[in-house]
Design a binder for this molecule. Structure first.
Ligand code: ATP
Length: 867
């Protein structure tokens, strides 16, 4: 059901047409309509089918080369080689297909976790519902930062403006109201309508759902959901590029080698060709891109388990490299479970007992707080309700605490709201005009320095001091005031100097214990933590002290920031960790100032005005619960639990992912280089091949799907959060990596030729010598894997030896496979192998151990030099 002409008729008529009321539908009616009209969801963009996805696995330069080789070997009737090559191709495709499917499923699951919520009226009460559950006739409440959840007819609007760029391309917000517009008005001119998917940038509204799901304007143009996240990051893209470039280089070398062997070495073409194919297959890191993608997908899932949801994949690398975290205070460092503990009125000071949001608790000394409590109750958008015996709040916890306080003071007065000025972090107060038993009253609550200035006949200095002494104890302080009213709207200008002061209240919002631990962890990890809050300097400093931030008493306020120019700010920002009474605009300046020091900045945010700072930050983090949709859209990462500890956990996982990508690269490249150089050298020197082409293909097949994959599953190394952050622009192919490739490839070469020569010298048949050389290569790769697992610390610990299930599983598979091809007669004839004696087997193991000892000693020396 959609109401097509909703924009042209008055709001009341729209309500009637949809059989709806100003106070929303009943739950029963909403459920009925949901079954009738279906969920408010856009049809899923159709993904690629499984067959296409499987075939795409073959769409890769390397695979073309391999398929070409298979054809030529087929023509030459080297059936075994053809079979092995095709097996390599198939195994790669199957692994790629399965893992890519898993990765896509993981991303899809995460998209579901980001499903939007909406505030609707059901049975006359404000409730939070899934956006998908909205039905035509529902009443939706909107405020700045919300994403419009369906097509709505505006029923009520206060200072409402909406950004409709996704529909109209126009990025300047459009003002909206209730007045009907002409039937033929363009979409962007229908001021009485709100379109699904657009963002509320200011004001509040009440809207009637007139179209849902595919019936909405955005649904009709089939927009939005098409933007499926690509599974790539800067590092993976760089490696992809590198792998492609490397493939061409290797093909070129292979061609030169073929020409050299044929014309200079006069080798028989068929054998030579097979050897060169072996070299090419050995050298190209065909599995690398897939394994890196898998590492990322595993990282995304690990972060989601720790309540950090990745919205943009590149953030997984960025979050691992942050050197400064700028965080909100309320709800992130503190619990955002507020309790109003103190009240100060011109009559005296009162302590308020009680825990949680229960409206029960003693006020000492007994006194009449009726007017203050009435202001607390009426200048309020939250609602308390009993859930499973406990009191819970729907809405802002601070306002919940005010309602609990009103209950304790015995105030429970219903009044009709006539007008309101919503809270805005720029003007820091909220005003509400109501009509009730006490008559028509405007109540104002807000930051003391703001509200006190609006009051008449006050000793400002006295009350400022009182307010600061509350703040110094870490309490969040609000001032409350009122005025009798005659009209039915609030004129903001008339509030200045026209209010009667009622009192101050102080709210406790204790720090989260896990945030204290996380701040300490960040410090150890060389990450500076800065608190950016809208709260008072005194409150902020007190909380900063409890949390363990550096220099908690050196506070810069928003006003200080306004006085500093960018250069001065850049100087000041480094040594300050507490920024108080800031507005969202300051966040952007702070990010820029920190980045000017070459720091990688993570910034949290929740409001609509935080979006620019979140976009600018290296890692923008939005709050999942408290955050507005606008902030979430701008963010790279969303905290499902709004908890600072989850940011630290995300950094740890981000560092793990980066390490694992490095490990995958550091294991793969030397392995490929070592394998291929063995054959190239033999060809150039005109020696017998120590490992045959088909054996090289076999090794590639078996190790790529086992050992190569294992590193993607590596857990976090101990000490990961005791290292300083990696530099912002750390290159992938660092000097260290190139050195590692050269060292390991050389050692591979020496070991394989060593064992091969030993066997030939002993007079073993060529096939046996080759079998030993091949097994040596596999043993070296296994030892190399154990070495790579601990690139930042020693591998000689019990934990390192114990390894992980994945590592031992792949080692067992590879070992079993090598035993099979060495000792089972059928396989011996396929791969041209012969049984190896126990003594020679031990010799091969010893060679691996010696290799391990050398690279481990080299690492120890390197780590020693560094520290
Ligand atoms: P943080 O950045 O730590 O989360 P914050 O976002 O809570 O802080 P703001 O929401 O900008 O900071 O609030 C700044 C000040 O405005 C508060 O200290 C309080 O004095 C006042 N304030 C906050 N919320 C309201 C409200 N709903 N009504 C009236 N005043 C408010």
């Amino acid at each position: 059901m959609t109401l097509i002409h909703a924009h042209t008729i008055p709001a009341a008529q729209c309500l009637a047409a949809l059989d709806a009321t100003h106070d929303g539908l009943t739950t029963a009616e909403a459920n009925d309509r949901l079954t009738k009209f279906g969920p408010n969801r856009l049809p899923e963009a159709r993904g690629r089918g499984p067959l296409l996805r499987f075939l795409l696995q073959f769409h890769n330069v390397l695979i073309y080369v391999l398929l070409g080789a298979a054809v030529v070997t087929g023509v030459l009737q080297h059936w075994i080689d053809t079979g092995v090559i095709l097996a390599v191709v198939l195994a790669n495709a199957v692994i790629g297909f399965v893992q890519e499917g898993k990765a896509e499923a993981a991303m899809a699951a995460i998209r579901n976790m980001l499903a939007p919520k909406a505030a609707a009226l059901r049975d006359g009460n404000r409730v939070t519902v899934d956006g998908a559950d909205l039905v035509p006739g529902d009443i939706v409440l909107l405020e700045a930062g919300d994403k419009v959840p369906a097509d709505l007819r505006v029923i009520e609007a206060r200072g409402l403006a909406v950004q409709e760029a996704i529909l109209t391309g126009e990025s300047v917000p459009v003002e909206k109201g209730t007045t009907p517009v002409a039937a033929d008005a363009a979409l962007g001119d229908r001021r009485s309508m709100l379109w699904s998917g657009t963002l509320v940038t200011q004001g509040t509204a009440r809207g009637l759902v007139v179209a849902t799901g595919a019936g909405t304007e955005i649904g009709r143009i089939g927009g939005l959901l098409a933007d499926v996240e690509q599974l790539t990051t800067p590092l993976v893209a760089q490696m992809d590029h590198f792998a492609r470039w490397l493939s061409f280089l290797i093909l070129l070398c292979a061609a030169l080698l073929l020409a050299y062997g044929y014309f200079v070495g006069h080798l028989p073409f068929a054998d030579l060709f097979m050897a060169v194919v072996g070299v090419a297959v050995a050298a190209i890191p065909e599995g690398l891109p897939a394994v890196m993608t898998i590492s990322l997908a595993i990282g995304v899932q690990a972060m989601a388990r720790r309540n950090a949801i990745i919205r943009r994949l590149p953030a997984i690398e960025a979050i691992g490299s942050v050197s400064v975290i700028c965080t909100d205070k309320t709800g992130t460092l503190t619990r955002n479970e507020m309790v109003l503990a103190a009240a100060v009125t011109p009559e005296g000071s009162f302590a308020i007992a009680g825990e949680g949001y229960a409206p029960e608790g003693a006020i000492t000394p007994a006194g009449d707080l009726g007017q203050l409590a009435l202001a607390a109750a009426l200048c309020n958008d939250a609602r308390l309700h009993r859930k499973d015996g406990a009191w819970a709040v729907e809405g802002d916890p601070m306002e919940g605490a005010l309602l609990a306080f009103a209950g304790k003071a015995g105030v429970d007065q219903a009044a009709r709201r006539l007008d309101a000025i919503p809270f805005d972090s720029r003007h820091r107060f909220m005003a509400v005009l109501t009509e009730g038993a006490a008559g028509r009253l405007t109540h104002v609550k807000g930051a003391p320095e703001r509200v006190l200035r609006m009051c008449a006949g006050l000793d400002l200095d006295h009350w400022q001091t009182r307010s600061e002494s509350l703040a110094g104890k870490g309490l969040r302080v609000l001032a409350l005031a009122q005025r009798a009213e005659a009209g039915d709207s609030i004129d903001p200008a008339s509030l200045e100097g026209g209010l009667t002061f009622l009192g101050l209240v102080g709210l406790i919002d204790p720090p989260r214990p896990e945030a204290i631990a996380a701040v300490a962890e960040c410090r150890a990890a060389g990450i500076r933590v800065k608190m950016i809050t809208g709260d008072h300097a005194g409150t902020a400093a007190a909380i900063a002290r409890q949390i363990g931030l550096e220099n908690p008493d050196r506070v810069l306020t928003g006003r200080d920031l306004d006085r500093l120019d960018d250069a001065q700010l850049a100087l000041e920002v480094a040594g300050t960790s507490v920024f108080a009474r800031t507005s969202p605009e300051h966040k952007l300046r702070l990010v820029t100032a920190l980045q000017s020091h070459g720091l990688s900045v993570a910034m949290t945010g929740d409001g609509v005005n935080d979006a620019p700072a979140l976009k600018r930050a290296d890692a923008g983090i939005a709050m999942g619960q408290k955050g507005s949709e606008a902030a979430k859209e701008a963010a790279d990462l969303i905290l499902a639990d709004d908890n600072f500890a989850s940011i630290a956990a995300a950094v740890r996982e981000g560092r793990t992912v980066w390490d694992n990508l490095q490990k995958v690269i550091s294991w793969t490249l030397p392995t490929n280089a070592g394998e291929s150089i063995v054959i190239v050298l033999a060809l150039i020197l005109g020696l017998a091949l120590p490992i045959t082409a088909v054996q090289i293909l076999w090794i590639n097949l078996i190790t790529a799907i086992t050992l190569g994959l294992a590193l993607a599953f590596e857990p976090t190394e101990t000490g990961t959060m005791a290292r300083p952050p990696r530099p912002r622009q750390a290159p992938v192919l660092s000097g260290g990596l190139v050195w590692h490739v050269i060292l390991v490839a050389t050692l591979f070469l020496a070991a394989v030729f060593g064992v091969f020569t030993y066997a030939m010298d002993k007079g073993y048949p060529l096939a046996l010598a080759q079998t030993m050389a091949m097994n040596t290569l596999v043993v070296l790769e296994i030892f190399h894997l154990f070495f790579i697992r601990n690139i930042h610390s020693t591998s000689l610990t019990w934990a390192a030896v114990r390894g992980t299930k994945v590592v031992w599983a792949v080692v067992i598979v590879v070992t079993a496979a090598q035993f099979a091809v060495t000792y089972i007669p059928v396989l011996q004839s396929v791969l041209g192998t012969e049984a190896v004696s126990l003594f020679d087997g031990l010799l091969i193991l010893g060679t691996g151990a010696a290799f391990f000892a050398i690279i481990e000693i080299e690492k120890q020396i390197r780590l020693g030099l560094k520290s």
